[in-house]
Design a protein around this ligand. Sequence first.
Ligand SMILES: *Cc1c(COP(=O)(O)O)cnc(C)c1O
Length: 716
Amino acid sequence: MDDYEPKFPNLPERISRLGELACNLWWSWHPEARALFYMLAGRGSEFKAQNPVSQLFEMDGSVLDAAAKDSRFLRRYDAVMARFDADVNSYQSWFYSKIRDPGMHPIAYFSAEYGLHHSLPFYAGGLGFLAGDFLKECSDLGVPAVGVGFMYPEGYLHQRLSPDGWQMNESESLDRSRAPICRVRDEDGQTLTIKVPIVERSIYFEVWKAQIGRVPLYLIDTDIEANDPWNRGISSRLYIGDAEQRLVHEMILGIGGTQILEALGIKHSILHLNEGHSAFAILERIREKVEKGSSYKDAADQVRSTTVFTTHTPVPAGHDVFSFELMDKYFGSYIPLLDLDRDEFYRLGRDSSNSSSHFNMTAFALRMSAFRNAVSKMHGIVTRKMWHHLWPGLSDGDLPISYITNGVHVPTWIAPSLAAMFNRYLGPNWLADHDNPSIWQLVDDIPDAELWHVHRLLKMSLIAVMKERARERWKEHADLNIIMASGMLFDPNTLTLGFARRFAAYKRANLILHDLNRLKCILNHPRHPVQIIFAGKAHPSDNEGLQLIQQVFNIARDPNYGGRIAFIEDYDEELAQYLVHGVDVWLNNPQPPFEASGTSGMKAGINGVPQLSVLDGWWLEGYIGTNGWAFDGANSGSNGSEESDSEELYTILERQIVPLYYDKDDSGVSSKWVRVMKESIKNAAPKFSSRRMVKEYALEFYQNALRHANETSLQA
Ligand SMILES: *Cc1c(COP(=O)(O)O)cnc(C)c1O
């Protein structure tokens, strides 16, 4: 089934596959494909927000005609398309060589959000980027997968600050015709519309598809005319506060999402739930089997043995719960279809440690999946403690919840200029084989001055982007405070820390502001100054987070700090790229143990930006003494810990980081600093890559689940 829509009537035949390339996000993690669109842009239009779909749309036909006759352009075009076909349209892959089951049905991966690229703003934060990186890696490794999620057409909030530092939200509507997605149609070529019938007010949705290399991602769109306004709003934004809308949202994701696969005839061998929001997919898989004649028990056993559940939430309050009263309203007529009675059904979601009158999505997903994991070693310990009561007979260590530590998609997050340097020093296979630690030992062969210099250029690009953004704001007559707080006085020769996270209280953006006099001395040191960049959004209803932003902003604009603190508005994927490439140190100081894993520090680490972090999340595994800095932050919660944690932070900065950075030789290079950068790359790139992560899911979970799927289908 080829549902790629020719959106670009202007494209000459000779280069017509540019349309296909623009609509497959594969281009976003292949520098040669990005260069192709960039080259085209040089001929007339801008490379619009790095979105080749809108670029091709708006380009003049004559420019495209000229490109189709330019032999230099055509040579590149042919080379990129050959690589594209080899990657996307071939069966050769790690997965098939390892697991050898060419006839298998794909893995269905469900997630409430996906962070893929800023032209597809379907994310709020870390969970989404994990899912996006996961699908990209499945494509690279040839793991057969389909993704299911939402498109949130009204949901993307751009952040602007008011002159007094209060976050204002401007929501952006997605222009579906200019995004790299296409409408999914049924066999007759009509818009595929799915009706979720279990709700009184039936809900309809349409389906869009984003193509991630080999992996299709189906996106639910409830913002259509067939729905009343309440129902339209269900997938218009991410993580709605209202419990009833949230319940319906999760029903649409799990049950409706499964119906997409059914409608398109996509059988799936394994169900992988990225967090509990999509857990109702389990029910719909069971219901389909019961409808075909299975008993509940047989159906549930089959589904359980082929379901993988990844939990991400280390705090009890972070798990979704729904009252039985609300559940009755929406599941009253669905429960009988499962061949279950009401009490049996509610037992599946019971969490005795919390509330006996609520259905807990995580408890439900844990009971109904055979493969369960947390996302770092530490998070595994926390999760087993939190859910011990589901397995009262077992000891903590024996609980059937393992961990697979998160990783980041290296081709997406590595700076192109660093990748070019690795091409020179690490041999031709470094990218294809990047989870192999021995390849990374060759980083030691890179001359110190060269790595320092490439990093310095990345820092200069970051500062240039900050100033360009400030200039745009100045042209809009923004308040002078906003301009001065956005890094106008930043200097590429100054040691630069970066803190870019969601502004939630537990991430403690203000830890480094605890002792302002001490901070002032660190920043304004006459010979060894320091500058800090903050970026991040707060949830619009999180007052504490909003106040944290204001606190940072007020200090950033205060002349006492010498313009050495910046708050950059509107943290998104694009800004994240500049930050993780261009700062010198990645700062991370959440309150342990609330960081399940954290991934931004991994993105920085692979780019030679070492972390200064509390020992929590992935850093407990990642820190080896030579690749960054760590402090305990052991006693979470009380104010006392803030006192001692900030004390540790300042001391490490003053005694270790600042002197090391400024220990420069006559040519201005600190070789001791470069040593830390190299250790950071060597450790993070192989171990904290999504390649290592997806291989673990494939070998530890998918392989075993497939064996089960094959056995049960033989019996059936
Ligand atoms: C990676 C990333 C995140 C998640 O970072 P954490 O370290 O897990 O907080 C959030 N937002 C953006 C834009 C990212 O790129």
